[in-house]
Ligand binder design. Sequence first.
Ligand code: FE2
Length: 688
Amino acid sequence: MKENNKAENSFNLKVFHRLTMTEYKLEVTTGDMNDSRTNDQIHITLFGTEGQSERTEFDNLGDFSTGTTGTYTLSTNLSLEKLLLIKVEKDPFCYLPEDEWYLSKIVVTTPEGEAILFPCYRWISRGELVELRGGRALKGFEEDHPVLIEHRKKELILKKSFYRWKIFAEGLPHINHFNNVSELPAEIRFSQSKLNEVKYLKMKTGIELKLKGLLGSAEKWESIEDMKNIFWWKKTTMSEYVSEHWKEDDFYGFQFLNGLNSKVIKRCSELPPNFPVTEEMVKPFLEEGSSLQEEVKKGNIFLSDHKKMDGIPPRAYNGEPLHVTAGLCLLYLNPENKLMPIAIQLHQQPSEQNPIFLPSDSETDWLLAKMFIRNADSMDHQAVQHLMKTHLLTEVYNVAALRSFSVIHPLYKLLFPHFHCTMSINIGARTTLLGPDGVLTISSLGCDGLTELMRRALSETTYSSLCLPEDITARGLESIPNFYYRDDGLKLWDIINSFVKAVVEYYYPSDSEVRKDNELQEWISEIFTHGFLGNKASGFPESFHTVEEVIKFITMVIFTVTVQHAAVNNGQFDYYSWVPNISLLLHEPPPTTKGQSSMETILEALPNVGDTVHFAALFCLLSETYSDMVPMGSYPDERFQEPAPNQMIKEFQAELSNLSEAISTRNMQLEIPYSYMDPTQIENSIAI
Ligand code: FE2
């Protein structure tokens, strides 16, 4: 009998051969995305500790419509007692062609009046075996019924055979074994709406660039001002600010803290021996009467050093190798609290052909030196900080979770929403960004060089460096002013940590629960092996012994997936679309003597018109907000049956909302607002 006014249809399901009837109420919710409805017949069987129901046919026509919840009654002769599983089958109806069904959840109310949530949140095809677990989240050792123990065992065997590891390149984190997005289950692929929006944006951009004759052009730019006409329609307040201020030293210094790569700069307590900056060189740029030594002592000197890049061969362009400089940049926090570049050396080994450039050099010498430093920084930003440390490592956390956890495990329920489309975007990134014409392939280091850079970076990556509070301390950046990446990031770290602590402590009341949870131990062991390649020196855990260790690790994972990814991803159009500010590709060799450059040299060094617009168009796509964006802390799928974690989610959301308001208020006072870590702008998973 129909009971729910939201349902369009209902069915009175009767089991005629039974004499005694016991009724189960089923609320079946169909997803609200396009095409989630079905006309197929649905069969449901309930399994309980005291037996199973009949395989009951829902003789469907026009039911299971998009975004509706239908309520049904399923009768059995006796109570099944404790409900264990629901089997859902989808079969053809009247020779109609198949339409896949997105089943969100089923809530069963037992004859005893208990409402049990069975989350599904996946597409179902004809002939698939779908058995839903419901009720309280359970760790493996808490299972107490032989049917569920066996079911869980089979589920994990199946998942391990479905999600497998593959080596992408020696020395890099391992990846999932799928070659094509179409091989992934539909629920972890991009939504159709997003695909349509990306396609439209690509088309719109392509048409504009083609009409203007910019796409594919091998011409050099005649003037830097011409680049302002790349897009008619796509500009942001920040991209315009960058195009006006890119030459200014204080804005250059600002970007080491609040641009796209805040992970390299550190306080300098002693100049590296291979960077022989003298007092005389920098005295004019320091406070009157002060010295470099004094400023180092006061903690006002900072260093950006790309030595990791030293010796990596750049790619060839028209048969000649390009140039990448493993440079060093010294920065000074002046009395106005502005971080100013005061000395640049473009290669690691000092020599006469490797002069130290200074702000007092000719405008174009200094500009060129700054551009080569920024070019090296862009290699690190894109390959190491963005691709490897967020996208690829998240894929490891994701694949390991899919292989190790049952869907009923509390940590699976907590983590899965944070991995939503990661495999999709990563498979896409490997074939497009690193494909033959991909922007990373055409960058100065090219595919091979960037792979080597990531390899070196992974071997040096420590657990500590991925945990923001420790990373900030290790780099001596606790007190540098106007460092919004740190200010917002630390607040977000604490908010995530409080949320994770509440959830983890709720499910793990003692350390012994951690130690005996085989699925959790397997998850971290797979991450250690496939993500950090068994490198014990990295400090990454191989196993968990305490609740505290689990809380810290999951905080780091959620922080990486949400906050850190937003910090390195969301501003790409703002900063990169004005190519003179950051170019992934520079043509001319870096200057080896002073006084030889002009604006002509800078134009020659910049990418040609076609490559410039190729970069700008891609960063336009990667910085767009799409209509299916799920903001950080939103969990539209209902996965937890227990009220406690749902309450914790609400508190988490309230904290994020308070921080968002505080960031907006702060930003109103700033000349350059920092919004990349506003929780409303952060996505809940890496989806672009
Ligand atoms: Fe990204």
